[in-house]
Design a binder for this molecule. Structure first.
Ligand code: NAD
Length: 504
């Protein structure tokens, strides 16, 4: 079965319009200078930032090296005493002002995200609100970072547990959520009292630098929030080596996460990792097929599929398998592919060409092993970073897509017969980030919620993230949690204090 789009060929993709450029320049959002020790550094070299849809250069950013990182670590360490010394509500007030500035400039930030990352503008707008939400959430969590008093097992003693900031935190972030992955980490660290050094993905530095501009305006003191762009290995080496960097938080691939964990072991840092996913999306035959199709579209094609929560294996019970595939294919062909800034776009380009290549390799592999390939929009011309939304049906467990994260708009559908079978297949994966279950049976939902080996489970919903929830994975999907009341603990140490000889 092959679906072909009937729309005429689209005109060439157009990126940032003149009025966009003017509004971004007015805010210095295209200036490209790094922020080190309260100063905007132009750098002796520049790195180009490219619109992934058109290949056009949209800005040049300062290229920082290891010596710049050493300066940043010195500045962060110097700022620590003053920052941790503020009352929690003092830090909270600054974080809230920062969030308000993000919201006040949400349109410019969204245009920036869409331009360098490629995601549809509506999703970029959503990311700004989501990202600001973490600053607001952690502003309050910092004010609630209670310690404990332990009923004493020693005579005449008072046993206290205090929560104290760990020290300088290094934050290495990906390109798929260039704003929210920074605020989810920096909000927690800064609320705890830690200065933060951000090394964003080289593909999306402008979003990080825009956040730094707004942080400065919000009154974040010198050295408390710094952003350096450059070669990831060169910039991460000083962060890993330096004993003054006490916490490291990373979101990205499991391969790089492993390297950073190994590197951080030498100085025994507090490490939190949010790594790859391979979400099973399990649909039982007692559900409304249309609701399941809507959920699968949302869980697969958000962020153009470049999402660690993306449904990577859509298991459909045999009783509704054919009906689901037919409706899902029809919904996929309706997705509009285009530039993120173009009205109505559902799926933009892949931010990195390597991700597009990986998608194509998975499609080739699945087709060679017998999957049916159904794709939309094949008559249209897009750039090399685009992957048209594609459905692979009759996928089997031996195909690459069944075990390797896709990170693009390619949906794999696999039939199953029984609950026991699908649970075993869902758990047979080293990733354990998110899982989705669609069923009308409460008993089955409760059983699966208990037995599925994933850190986050959506039952009859594809939408469950936000500041209040503990975001994180089991197994090789990561270590630690972000957001929620747990997130701040990644940047705090417990200190137990025993007061003895208290005769009352
Ligand atoms: P990546 O892990 O290489 O990049 C993420 C971040 O790590 C970026 O800031 C990058 O500059 C930095 N980095 C890369 N190599 C490094 C090193 N040796 N030392 C220190 N920092 C380093 O991810 P990628 O190659 O851009 O994407 C590949 C795959 O990773 C994707 O296809 C996807 O499977 C996964 N990924 C997951 C997430 C997520 O949200 N969990 C985000 C991005 C990528």
């Amino acid at each position: 079965m092959m679906f072909q789009a009937t729309r005429p060929k689209s005109p060439p993709l157009v990126g940032l319009a003149k009025e966009h450029l003017e509004s971004l320049r007015r805010r210095d959002f295209l200036a490209g200078a790094a922020l080190i020790d309260g100063r905007w550094i132009e750098g002796s070299r520049k790195d180009a930032v490219v619109d992934p849809a058109t290949g056009e250069v949209i800005a040049q950013v300062a290229h920082c090296g290891a010596a710049d990182m050493d300066l940043a670590i010195n500045a962060a360490e110097r700022s620590f005493a003053q920052w941790r010394g503020l009352l929690p509500e003092g830090r909270g007030a600054i974080l809230r002002t920062w969030a308000s500035l993000m919201l006040a400039h949400s349109e410019e930030l969204a245009i920036l995200v869409s331009s360098e990352q490629g995601k549809p503008l509506a999703e970029a707008r959503h990311e700004i609100g989501y990202g600001a939400g973490f600053l607001q959430w952690f502003a309050a969590e910092g004010e609630r970072a209670y310690g404990e008093t332990i009923p004493s097992h020693k005579p005449a003693s008072l046993l206290q547990v205090r929560m104290q900031p760990v020290g300088v935190a290094a934050v290495i972030t990906p390109w798929n959520f260039p704003i929210a992955m920074i605020t989810r980490k920096a909000g927690a660290a800064m609320a705890a009292g830690c200065p933060v050094i951000v090394k964003p993905a080289p593909e999306t530095p402008l979003s990080a630098l825009a956040l730094a501009r707004l942080a400065e305006e919000a009154g974040v003191p010198r050295g408390v929030f710094q952003v350096l762009i450059g070669d990831p290995v060169e910039l991460s080496a000083p962060l890993l080596r330096d004993t003054r960097v006490r916490a490291l938080s990373f979101t990205g691939s499991t391969e790089v996460g492993r390297l950073l964990l190994e590197g951080a072991a030498r100085t025994v840092k507090k490490v939190s990792l949010e790594l790859g996913g391979h979400a099973p999306f399990i649909i039982f035959d007692d559900v409304d097929v249309d609701k399941a199709v809507k959920g699968a579209i949302d869980a697969k094609f958000a962020t153009s599929g470049q999402d660690c929560l993306a449904a990577n294996r859509i298991y459909v019970q045999r009783g509704i398998y054919n009906a689901f595939v037919e409706k899902f294919a029809a919904a996929i062909t309706r997705l509009k592919v285009g530039h993120g800034l173009e009205a109505g776009t559902d799926v933009g380009p892949m931010t990195k060409s390597s991700v597009a290549e990986k998608c194509r390799a998975q499609i080739r592999d699945a087709a060679a092993k017998g999957a049916r390939v159904i794709s939309a929009n094949q008559n249209q011309e897009f750039g090399p970073n685009f992957v048209v939304p594609t459905l692979l049906s009759d996928v089997t467990d031996d195909m690459l897509i069944s075990s390797e994260e896709t990170f693009g708009p390619v949906a794999a559908v696999l039939p199953f017969d029984s609950e026991q079978e699908v649970l075993a297949r869902a758990n047979f994966n080293e990733m354990g980030l998110a899982a989705y279950i669609y069923t009308d049976s409460l008993r089955r939902a409760l059983r699966l919620a208990e037995n599925i080996e994933y850190g986050m489970v959506g039952i009859n919903t594809a939408s469950f993230t936000g500041p209040p929830i503990p975001f994180g994975g089991w197994k090789q999907s990561g270590l630690g949690r972000e957001g929620s009341r747990h997130g701040i603990q990644e940047y705090m140490e417990l200190k137990y204090v025993c007061f003895g000889d208290l005769v009352v």
